[in-house]
Design a protein around this ligand. Structure first.
Ligand code: NAD
Ligand code: UGA
Length: 445
């Protein structure tokens, strides 16, 4: 079946960019992106410089496709009714209450989508898991669809591997596209119709088809592997600090072994982002629920090292000032969890800055893409300490120099930070981006 109408539920960091790229590459397919957050939909339909997701290259694609074959709508019912294929790209955060709280993925948004799909569908449809989900979620989705509808659904898993900041390039030149489906006649037909879409721009040999469970688990496993590499190199950065070895030289030496490879070996103040931590916690939860405690402990240690690294960074700053940061003026450079995104979810900055504030420091925060209101809403939401607003200030433009500060702490790898004149300020580089700049009082991670 050649698909003519696609709907994607969820207009976030995955739904927006992935559907924009499919719309660009498949001009004959009409794509509607729906979301229960109508103000987000208004933003997608509003001025191009104010769309809700900042990604290099995205606004150009939106300009080319919006209201031609790409539509953003708050009308979930008509979006579902009109589509032959429905992507679910809703959030799957860590559960906050109930069984598995603090570990398992909260599937309430996915389940709500499945209920809506069942309720509003009048003819057979292909339903696609785009969100990252625990292995065997498709079974639950099928149950919901079957219980609440008379039409036939085929459920595929098609996890997304894009990284924020490079999403468009990742979507244009994916290392692989993974499609999991049932080995039945209708399952194979559904897989074929999704393969035909990706084949418009992805080479055939990079489109991998598997069973549903392998596809669901591969996504969690991929994120766990990437995060594990970062924790591995970060654990070694602590040994470097004690021994006098240089972590970047170490990364290079390790990565030159072609069996290891050079990527994801950059030591840092810790990984952030909405997914690594939640996906590993989910993997830990799944392992424990299968009675695999040793496996669970192994993956849990990746998160422990990540927390250790953030604490180590704070301790290092504090120790240089004889463990007294009271009224020290600190410039925080970077609030986003990585460069080239306006996303601050799980950013190391949120955690590190809270600790520095709790130690009595006076904090200025600068980020080129994250707004002041987002910074303060993160602080209000995540800082447990009753914070003192008079000691926190948002800086609107890139500081030319840091002369007025005792400390500059680099927490995001924005290129702009290389242009600042650091003078004699104590610089703590949580991303090792200023390494060759010959700064007087320089501390790397
Ligand atoms: P997001 O929070 O940016 O977007 C999710 C959107 O879904 C929100 O706008 C929300 O309003 C909407 N939504 C939730 N429930 C809904 C419902 N029942 N009906 C309609 N809309 C609903 O999340 P995201 O970052 O795009 O992530 C989505 C999924 O993709 C997650 O499972 C995540 O793990 C996975 N993923 C994310 C990335 C990434 O880089 N952010 C990359 C790969 C995979
Ligand atoms: C990550 C994966 O890279 C994507 O493949 C995946 O699709 C996505 O998660 C997801 O499922 O959400 P993302 O979190 O957007 O993408 O960004 P990454 O480039 O992976 O960076 C994550 C964090 O690790 C950032 O804080 C980054 O600064 C840090 N990092 C990355 C390091 O500290 N060192 C490195 O060598 C690489």
């Amino acid at each position: 079946m050649s698909i003519k109408n696609i709907t994607c539920i969820g207009a976030g960091y995955v739904g927006g960019p992935t559907m924009a790229v499919i719309a660009l590459k498949c001009p004959k397919i009409k794509i509607t992106v729906v979301d229960s957050n109508s103000s987000k939909i208004d933003k997608w339909n509003g001025p191009i410089d104010n769309i809700p997701v900042y990604e290099p290259g995205l606004s150009d694609i939106i300009k080319k496709t919006r209201n031609k074959n790409l539509f953003f709508s708050p009308n979930i019912k008509s979006g579902i009714e009109s589509a032959e294929m429905i992507f679910m790209a809703v959030n799957t955060p860590t559960k906050q209450i109930g069984e598995g709280a603090g570990m398992a993925a909260d599937l309430k948004y996915v389940e709500a989508c499945a209920k809506d799909i069942a309720k509003f569908s009048k003819n057979n449809k292909i339903v696609i898991e785009k969100s990252t989900l625990p292995v065997r979620t498709a079974e639950k989705i099928k149950d919901i669809l079957k219980k609440n509808s008379k039409v036939e659904f085929e459920v595929l898993s098609n996890p997304e591997f894009l990284a924020e900041g490079t999403a468009i390039n990742d979507l244009f030149k994916s290392d692989r596209v993974l499609i999991g489906g049932d080995n039945t006649k209708s399952g194979k037909k559904a897989i074929k119709s999704l393969v035909e879409i990706y084949e418009k721009w992805i080479p055939k040999e990079k489109i991998l088809t598997t069973n549903v469970w392998s596809s669901e688990l591969s996504k969690l496993a991929s994120n766990a592997f990437l995060a594990q590499r970062i924790s591995s190199i970060n654990s070694l950065s602590a040994i470097c600090e004690k021994s006098g070895a240089d972590i970047d030289e170490l990364s290079k030496a390790i990565g030159m072994d072609h069996r290891i490879g050079p990527h994801f070996l950059k030591a840092s103040v810790g990984f952030g982002g909405s997914c690594f931590k939640k996906d590993i916690l989910n993997l830990v939860y799944i392992s424990r629920s299968y009675g695999l405690d040793e496996v669970a402990d192994y993956w849990e240690s990746v998160i422990k090292i990540n927390d250790f690294q953030k604490n180590r960074f704070v301790k290092k700053i504090s120790s240089v000032f004889n463990n007294n940061l009271k009224n020290k003026k600190i410039l925080i450079l970077g609030w986003a969890f990585k460069a080239n995104t306006n996303d601050s979810r799980e950013s190391a900055s949120i955690y590190v800055t809270e600790k520095l504030h709790n130690l009595g420091a006076i904090i200025d925060i600068y980020d080129p893409m994250v707004s002041s209101s987002k910074v303060f809403s993160d602080i209000e939401l995540f800082w447990k300490f009753n914070f003192d607003k008079s000691r926190i200030n948002f800086v609107r433009t890139l500081p030319k120099s840091t002369y007025q500060y005792d400390i500059a702490a680099i927490l995001t790898e924005w290129e702009d930070f290389k242009e600042i004149d650091y003078g004699n300020t104590e610089v703590f580089d949580g991303r090792n981006i200023l390494k060759n700049k010959k700064i007087t009082n320089y501390y790397e991670i």
